[in-house]
Design a protein around this ligand. Structure first.
Ligand code: SF4
Ligand code: SF4
Length: 357
C-alpha cells in the first residue's frame, strides 16, 4: 500500500512556491501540456501525488525531469496553483533525495546555510592567497591544480554516486527487467539530450530559450576545456587565447540576459526565482566575466600588480565548483539528461517485455 506523508506539501514549500490546496483537479494543465499522453496525465499526476503526499511515488518518478518548464500549465491554471513551479520544486526536492551527502537539501532549504558556505569558501581562497604571500605565479599554479582536482573529485565522489542513486530509485526499484543491451543502445539519448537539450523544443514558444541554453552549454563546456586542459591563463597560443575570450564572452552575455529576464519577470518561467536560481545565473555570469578580465590583465601585463582579480575569479570558481555544480542547479543539466536516458531504457524494456509475452 502506498505510504502517505501528510507533511509533504509543507516540506515542498521549502523547495519553492506552490499552494497545493489550490488545485481542484480540473485538468486544464494536462490539456495544454505537450508532454501529456493518454497514459501519463502530465503534470496533473505529479500535482495529485504532491497533494496526497505520495513522496515514494514521486521519488521513483522521472516525470519532473521530463518537464522543461515552459510555464503554459501555470498560465492556464484557473486556481493559480502554479503546476509549472511545482515541477520545478519537485526537481529541487529530488536533487536533495539523490544526494548522499545531504548538502543539497540544506543548501536548498536554508539561505543562511548557503551564504555561510559561500563565505567560508571565499575566506579559504583569500587565506590561501595570503599563505602564498599573494604571489601571482604560485596562486595561479595552485588555482589550475584545483580546477583539475575539483572536476575529477566532484564527479567521482559526489555526482557519480548520486546518479547511481537516481538510477536505483527510478529504474531498479521499479522492478522492470532491463536488458543490459538497452543501456548501450540508449546511450545516444543521453548525449543528445546532454548537449542539445532538444526536449526544450517540445514546449511552444521556446526556440529562443533553447538556442540560448544550447550556446551556453557549448560556451561553458568549451571554457572548461580551454582553461583546464588547454591552460588558457598560461598559454601563448593565439588561437587558444581568442577561443577562451569568445567562450567567456558567450557565457557572460547569455547569462546577463537570463539575469535580466529574472529581474523583469516578463515570462511565466521567470516569475519565481528560488535563491538557487539566482546563485546559478549570477555565478555563471561572474565566472565568464572574471575569466575574461583575468585574461585581459594577463595580456596587458598588469596581473602581477592586480592579483585581486584572480582571487575574485578563484572565489567564484571555487564556490561554483564545490557548491553549485555538485549540489545546486547545475545538477539539472546532468539529472535531466540521465532522466531522458533512463526513460528511454525503461520504455525499451517494457516494449521488449510486451513483445515477448
Ligand atoms: S494544477 Fe490548476 S490546472 Fe492543473 S488540475 Fe489543478 S487546478 Fe487544474
Ligand atoms: S511547464 Fe510546460 S512542460 Fe512542464 S508540466 Fe507545465 S506545460 Fe508541461
Amino acid at each position: 500500500m502506498a505510504r502517505i506523508n501528510p507533511e509533504f506539501t509543507d516540506e515542498l514549500k521549502k523547495y519553492g512556491a506552490f499552494d497545493a490546496n489550490a488545485c481542484y483537479n480540473c485538468g486544464n494543465c494536462t490539456a495544454v501540456c505537450t508532454l501529456s499522453t493518454e497514459e501519463n496525465s502530465f503534470p496533473r499526476k505529479m500535482v495529485r501525488y504532491s497533494v496526497l503526499g505520495l513522496d515514494d511515488e514521486i521519488e521513483s518518478s522521472l516525470d519532473p525531469w521530463l518537464c522543461y518548464y515552459c510555464g503554459e500549465c501555470s498560465t492556464t491554471c484557473p486556481r493559480e496553483a502554479d503546476p509549472g513551479e511545482l515541477m520545478m520544486s519537485l526537481r529541487r526536492w529530488l536533487i536533495s533525495k539523490y544526494d548522499w551527502t545531504g548538502l543539497s537539501g540544506l543548501l536548498y532549504r536554508s539561505i543562511a546555510f548557503s551564504i555561510t558556505a559561500f563565505l567560508v569558501l571565499a575566506a579559504l581562497v583569500i587565506g590561501f592567497g595570503a599563505f602564498k604571500r599573494f604571489n601571482v605565479e604560485s596562486v595561479m599554479h595552485y588555482g589550475h591544480l584545483f580546477e583539475m582536482a575539483a572536476i575529477s573529485l566532484v564527479f567521482l565522489f559526489i555526482l557519480l554516486p548520486n546518479i547511481i542513486h537516481m538510477w536505483w530509485l527510478t529504474v531498479h526499484k521499479k522492478g522492470i527487467k532491463t536488458p543490459l543491451s538497452a543501456y548501450f543502445t540508449s546511450l545516444g539519448e543521453l548525449f543528445v539530450h546532454m548537449f542539445t537539450q532538444k526536449r526544450t523544443l517540445g514546449c511552444d514558444d521556446n526556440q529562443v530559450r533553447w538556442f540560448e541554453h544550447f550556446i551556453l552549454v557549448l560556451g561553458y563546456l568549451g571554457l572548461l576545456f580551454t582553461t583546464v586542459f588547454l591552460d588558457w591563463f598560461s598559454t601563448q597560443s593565439m588561437f587558444v587565447i581568442i577561443l577562451g575570450y569568445v567562450e567567456s564572452a558567450v557565457i557572460f552575455v547569455v547569462t546577463f540576459d537570463f539575469v535580466r529576464r529574472r529581474i523583469q519577470k516578463d515570462k511565466e518561467i521567470s516569475k519565481h526565482s528560488h535563491p538557487s536560481d539566482w546563485f546559478f545565473v549570477i555565478w555563471l555570469f561572474l565566472m565568464g566575466l572574471t575569466a575574461f578580465v583575468v585574461r585581459i590583465f594577463i595580456d596587458t601585463d598588469i596581473l602581477n600588480n592586480n592579483i585581486w582579480i584572480y582571487l575574485v575569479h578563484m572565489i567564484i570558481l571555487v564556490q561554483w565548483a564545490l557548491l553549485i555544480v555538485p549540489f545546486g542547479k547545475w545538477t539539472h543539466f546532468l539529472y535531466r539528461s540521465f532522466a531522458m536516458y533512463f526513460e528511454h531504457i525503461l520504455q525499451k524494456s517494457m516494449l521488449n517485455t510486451k513483445s515477448s509475452e
